[in-house]
Design a protein around this ligand. Structure first.
Ligand SMILES: NC(=O)c1ccc[n+]([C@@H]2O[C@H](COP(=O)([O-])OP(=O)(O)OC[C@H]3O[C@@H](n4cnc5c(N)ncnc54)[C@H](O)[C@@H]3O)[C@@H](O)[C@H]2O)c1
Length: 267
C-alpha cells in the first residue's frame, strides 16, 4: 500500500503523530489529505502549510456527524477516501475512582471514534474492493498503562477493534494497520509534566520505558509498514518482546509490572 495518489483523512492531525502522518502523506504524493481535529485552527494551519493538496477542519472524531463531514470534505475536494487514520486520542483518567464522564471521554475518543469511522467508510470500501484503516492505538493497548486505567482499557479496545476489522474484512479488500508506539515526543506525552500524582506518573513511566521518538520518525515507520501491508506497527521494536513475555507467562509478567508499580509508588 503506497500513499501516492491516495485520499487520506487524519483525525488529530493538528499536532504530534497526526500532523506528522498528514505531512508525510503529502510528501509521499497523496492526492489529497484532510486534517481533522478538535483544534480547528490548528488543523487549518497544518493544511495551509501543506498546500493545495490539503484541507483542514474542526472535527470531533467522536461525533458521527463531524466525521461524516470530514469524509464529505475529502470526497468533494479530492475523491473517495482511500486511507483513514483514526489517530485522535486522549490520555486522561487514572483509576477506578475516575468519574464516569472521564471514562466515557477516553472510550469515545480512543475507540468509539474508530467504530464511527469504520461504520461510515466500510460499506463504500467493500463496494470499491479497497480501503485502508490505520488505527493509532498504543503500546498500552498491547500491554498496559501504569497510572491510567482509562487509557489502558480504551487502547486495548482500539487494538481489539482493529483486529476485528482485519479478520472480518481483510479478505474483501480492506487493509488494517494498528500503530502501537511507546513514547513519542508530543504534547500528549508531556501533558503530565506539570501535573501531580498519577498523570505525571504515566508520562514519566512511558519516558523511562524506552526511547522517546519524534513524530516524524514514527511516520517513517508507518509508511514502511503500510508499504509492507503489515498489521502491527511497532516504532519501538522491543514492544514485540514485551508482548511475548506477557502472553507466555501472564502471572510472571504481572509480577514484573507490579515491581515497576512499586518502584513508581516509592518515587
Ligand atoms: N505521544 C505518545 O507518547 C503516544 C504513544 C502511544 C500512542 N499515542 C497515541 O497517538 C495519538 C496521537 O497523539 P499524539 O501523541 O500525537 O498527541 P497530540 O496531543 O500531539 O495530538 C493529539 C491531537 O488529537 C486531537 N484530539 C483530541 N481529541 C480529539 C477529538 N475528540 N477529535 C479530534 N481531534 C482530537 C488534539 O486536539 C490533538 O491535536 C493518540 O491516539 C495517542 O493516544 C501517543
Amino acid at each position: 500500500m503506497e500513499l501516492e495518489g491516495r485520499v487520506v483523512v487524519v483525525t488529530g492531525g493538528a499536532s504530534g503523530i497526526g500532523r506528522a502522518l498528514a505531512t508525510r502523506a503529502v510528501a509521499e504524493g497523496a492526492r489529497g489529505v484532510v486534517v481533522a481535529d478538535l483544534d480547528g485552527v490548528g488543523a487549518e494551519g497544518v493544511a495551509r502549510e501543506l498546500g493545495d493538496r490539503a484541507r483542514g477542519l474542526w472535527c470531533d472524531a467522536a461525533s458521527e456527524d463531524d466525521v461524516a463531514r470530514a469524509i464529505a470534505v475529502a470526497e468533494e475536494a479530492f475523491g473517495p477516501v482511500d486511507v483513514f487514520c483514526a489517530n485522535a486520542g486522549v490520555a486522561i483518567g487514572q483509576d477506578e475512582q475516575t468519574p464516569d464522564d472521564v471514562w466515557d471521554l477516553a472510550l469515545a475518543v480512543n475507540v468509539r471514534s474508530h467504530v464511527i469511522a469504520a461504520r461510515l467508510l466500510v460499506p463504500g470500501w467493500l463496494e470499491r474492493g479497497s480501503g485502508w484503516f490505520l488505527s493509532t492505538a498504543s503500546a498500552a493497548g498491547l500491554l498496559t498503562q501504569i497510572g491510567s486505567a482509562p487509557y489502558a482499557v480504551s487502547k486495548h479496545a482500539a487494538v481489539a477493534f482493529a483486529e476485528w476489522l482485519s479478520v472480518t474484512y481483510g479478505d474483501r479488500g480492506i487493509g488494517v494497520s494498528c500503530l502501537c508506539p511507546m513514547g513519542v515526543d508530543t504534547p500528549l506525552l508531556h501533558g503530565g509534566d506539570d501535573a501531580e500524582g498519577i498523570a505525571s506518573t504515566a508520562s514519566s513511566v512511558v519516558k523511562a520505558a524506552g526511547d522517546v521518538l519524534s513524530p516524524d520518525a514514527v511516520a517513517e515507520v508507518v509508511v514502511q509498514a503500510l508499504r509492507e501491508e503489515r498489521f502491527l506497527i511497532l516504532p519501538h521494536p522491543e514492544v514485540a518482546d514485551f508482548e511475548r513475555h506477557r502472553t507466555a507467562d501472564r502471572d510472571r509478567w504481572l509480577a514484573g509490572m507490579r515491581r515497576l508499580q512499586r518502584r513508581v509508588d516509592g518515587g
